[in-house]
Each structure stands twice: as C-alpha cells, then as structure tokens.
Design a binder for this molecule. Structure first.
Ligand SMILES: *[C@@H]1O[C@H](CO)[C@@H](O)[C@H](O)[C@H]1NC(C)=O
Ligand SMILES: *[C@@H]1O[C@H](CO)[C@@H](O)[C@H](O)[C@H]1NC(C)=O
Ligand SMILES: *[C@@H]1O[C@H](CO)[C@@H](O)[C@H](O)[C@H]1NC(C)=O
Ligand SMILES: *[C@@H]1O[C@H](CO)[C@@H](O)[C@H](O)[C@H]1NC(C)=O
Ligand SMILES: *[C@@H]1O[C@H](CO)[C@@H](O)[C@H](O)[C@H]1NC(C)=O
Ligand SMILES: CC(=O)N[C@H]1CO[C@H](CO)[C@@H](O)[C@@H]1O
Length: 396
C-alpha cells in the first residue's frame, strides 16, 4: 500500500512561433458572468457554491491532495496551479519584477477572476497570448478533469495541435470561453496553488460577497520538504547537495535565508489562520501532509466536511485506488503503517547536518506544526522514534 507521489515537474510547452504569433493580450472580456448576486451582500447564493483554495508549497503533496477535489465528480471545476503563468511572466527573465506586496495583489486578483469563472485576468499572463480566447498553452491543463471533458474538450482539427491533448483523450487547443461556461455550470470550484505566500494577502478575496471561500493550508515537515526538493529540483539545489557532501553549511548563505523565509511565511500564514480572525470564520483549515499519509480517507472526509461539499463516491473511490495500490496476500493490511513509511523515507535521504540546519532556521515553524527535533543521526534514522506529535488543529 503506497501513496503515489505526484511529481511536479517543470512543464515545457512547445509552440511553434509560426503557428501562434505574438500579439498584445486582448482586453475584451469574455463570457459575461451570469452569477446571481445577492443584494444584501451575504454569501448564501447560487445554491451553496463553494470556492476551495488549497494553499501549499512545493513538495507538500499538494498535487495528490488536489486530486481529492479534482476527482469529486461532474459538479466540480478544478484548476491546477493557474498562477504558474503569472509567476513565470512577472518573476523570470530580466528586471526585478514587482515586489512581494504587488505580486500578492496580482495573484489575488487572478484567483478572484478564476473563482468567478472569468479567465480574462489570467489570459494577460498566458504566453504566447491566447488568440480569441483560444490557447494551446495552459499549464498542466490535463490535471483539470473539467478542462478535458465535453464540451471543453473540442475535436482536434489539425494534427498540429496533437501534442496538446489530455491524458485520456485528444483535445484541440483550449477555448477559454468554453472553460468559463463549464466553470459557471459547476456547483463548486477549487484551485490549488503553491504560489501564495501570505494568507493575509487573500483577505479581500475571502471577503468578496460573491464568493464562499474555504482555505485549506497544507503543510509538511520542512526537513522532508528540503529532502524532497533536493531530489525533485536537483539542479536548483546543487548548493545544498554540495553542503550535504562536505558537511559544512554557511548559515548566512542566501539559500539558508531563503529556506528561513519560506518557513516563516508558512508559519505566519498558519498563525493568522489559527488565530481565528473574524474574516476567516469557518473558512480556514490546517492539514499536515503526514496525517493525510497516515489516514487518507479520514482526512479527506474531514476536509470535505469542512468545505461543506458532500464527499462523493468518485472521490472516495479515487482515494482508495491511489492509497492501496498493492495489498499483501498474507499480511494484515494497514494503510496507516505503510503510508507513514512512504512519508518518512526522507529520514534516510537527508544528512543529519542538513536536518540540523532546517531545525535551526525553521524551528518555530516545526514547533507550531508538531514536528519533533532530532538530536543526532541515530535518532534521525531510528524508525521507532516518531517525529510527529499528535496535534489537532481547530478549524476557524
Ligand atoms: C439565477 O437565479 C435564477 C432564478 O432563481 C435561476 O433560474 C438561474 O439558474 C440562476 N443562475 C445561476 C447561474 O445560478
Ligand atoms: C440575504 O439574502 C439571502 C439570500 O437571498 C437570505 O437568505 C438572507 O436572509 C438575507 N439576509 C438578510 C440580512 O437580509
Ligand atoms: C512595492 O511596490 C509598490 C509600487 O511600486 C510600492 O508602492 C510599495 O511601497 C512597495 N512595497 C514595498 C514593501 O517595497
Ligand atoms: C469558443 O467557444 C465559444 C463558446 O462556445 C464559441 O462561441 C467560439 O466560437 C469558440 N471559439 C472558437 C475559435 O472556436
Ligand atoms: C531506537 O529508539 C528506541 C526508542 O528510543 C530504542 O529503544 C532503540 O534502542 C533505538 N534503536 C537504535 C538502533 O538505536
Ligand atoms: C511497502 C511496505 O512497507 N509494505 C508493507 C506494508 O505492510 C505489510 C504488512 O504489515 C508489510 O508486510 C509490507 O512490507
């Protein structure tokens, strides 16, 4: 029994410049929104439509947890990392790009548009720019079931677009107007993102009376995240690998500061959520990846209960299939034991020295989430010592 780990690999989209010529982004709004707005500003409209935001960082199992919602069934519109486009356009290449505050505001506005089924704020960041709201370049389109089913999956007209198919079928380039219409027709919307750094920055989104937002913050042991990133983003983590080799870590290095910054952001967001401010009332839930690995079905049920969306048989079925891939013919079967083992593999891949550095700079974060410190190499690799304290985090 093993949890399949979904790798977030860098995804490159090859587009021939001849076929898709650059042009300035179109400003024309697309499909008008046929939302029913309440006059009194309450959230109780449209038959209880929920907007779920899965807030995570890379290597926390967010693709896997995102599937809990993607697989809900035909009444769910799920988007996988739409902010990838925004980040790529604004923070890569030459120039400093916008500062964190400005970037956070842009992320929020794009998310707001998407929750309202309006793709135009996102369109400005898709490269090459969509033409007449058609794009072959939406990042990881195949990770959204609703973008790969009828009527959003249009027939492939020219072979040229053959490579832009979905997992199970070939579809033509994405018509964002169709995507928007599909979104409007669905009862619930969910978005997964690893790019929002501060929960605080989402306040106007959460307070938007047209939305009924539920934020699920997914966290994981920062030592495990580092170990996982060193494998997944091998070239970006050369420095860490060199430190792992020679056992020395210069603690004032930029890389260490970045790690600390990441941990601090995650902790500060959780502190905001757990302090249960009025604007997040009943709208925030903290989940540890390790608990999902140990009790996937119970945790999924809890998350669904929190969102107020019925836990569908399809979602349940998907979780069963993907957490119980093999079943020993002889042995007593235990999801808990085996999944935990999978989630604890990092203990054998990270050198103690690096674990120690993480404990030093991410200490407060680890304490908040209940991740136990290790004192030495022996403790790190001794599986009979759990590094997870039992914690209940109350939803606000
Ligand atoms: C808006 O409300 C009307 C009347 O209650 C209903 O027929 C229509 O389906 C609603 N539209 C949406 C998008 O929910
Ligand atoms: C606001 O509108 C909703 C939906 O129409 C209704 O259920 C609710 O009672 C209204 N609240 C107030 C304070 O008028
Ligand atoms: C970020 O940039 C905006 C606009 O350029 C500016 O008003 C703001 O003061 C900057 N914030 C920080 C923290 O630098
Ligand atoms: C995209 O879909 C919309 C809505 O069905 C349709 O009006 C439009 O013609 C489509 N665009 C293309 C290029 O097929
Ligand atoms: C692992 O930890 C347990 C509990 O503290 C201890 O009894 C055991 O001797 C340790 N094993 C090794 C190999 O150090
Ligand atoms: C992969 C793995 O650890 N599998 C274990 C799952 O649990 C059974 C029964 O406890 C073990 O026999 C397997 O080795």
């Amino acid at each position: 029994l093993r949890i399949k780990i979904f790798h977030q690999s860098l995804y490159l989209i090859r587009v021939s410049d001849k076929l898709i010529q650059r042009q300035t982004p179109q400003q024309t709004p697309q499909t008008p929104l046929d939302y029913n707005t309440t006059q009194n500003g309450t959230n109780s409209y449209n038959g209880g439509r929920k907007h779920i935001l899965l807030l995570a960082t890379t290597r926390t199992g967010s693709s896997f947890v995102g599937e809990f919602f993607n697989q809900h069934g035909e009444n769910m519109f799920y988007l996988f990392e739409p902010l990838w486009h925004v980040e790529r356009m604004l923070t890569t290449g030459t120039g400093a790009g916008p500062n964190g505050t400005v970037l956070a505001g842009i992320y929020r506005d794009v998310l707001q548009g998407l929750f309202l089924c309006d793709f135009s704020p996102l369109e400005k960041f898709i490269s090459p720019p969509p033409q007449h709201h058609i794009t072959p370049a939406l990042f990881r389109r195949e990770s959204s079931l609703s973008l790969c089913e009828d009527p959003v999956c249009t027939p492939v007209v020219k072979d040229v677009f053959e490579r832009f198919h979905c997992k199970t079928r070939r579809c033509g380039p994405l018509n964002l107007t169709l995507a928007s219409q599909s979104c409007i027709s669905k009862g619930h919307h969910a978005i997964k993102t690893v790019r929002v750094r501060q929960l605080d920055s989402l306040r106007p989104l959460v307070e938007d009376p047209r939305l009924d937002v539920r934020v699920i913050q997914l966290v994981r042991d920062p030592r495990a995240i580092l170990a996982s990133r060193m494998v997944a983003f091998s070239s970006k983590y050369q420095t860490w690998k060199a430190w792992a080799q020679d056992g020395q870590v210069p603690e004032d290095d930029e890389e260490v500061k970045r790690l600390k910054g990441n941990c601090d952001h995650i902790r500060m967001s959780a502190e905001v959520g757990l302090s249960r401010p009025g604007w997040l009332r009943r709208r925030y839930m903290l989940v540890r990846y390790e608990d999902i690995a140990r009790y996937p079905m119970q945790k999924a049920e809890e998350m669904y209960r929190f969102t107020g969306i019925p836990f569908s048989p399809q979602a349940r079925e998907w979780i069963l299939r993907n957490t119980q891939t093999t079943q020993e013919a002889s042995g007593v079967y235990s999801t808990q034991k085996n999944s935990s083992e999978q989630a604890e593999k990092w203990r054998f891949s990270i050198p103690f020295k690096l674990a120690q550095v993480v404990q030093k700079v991410c200490g407060p974060t680890m304490q908040l989430f209940g991740y136990r410190f290790v004192d030495d190499e022996k403790m790190l690799v001794n599986k009979s010592i759990s590094l997870l304290e039992e914690r209940r985090f109350r939803s606000s």
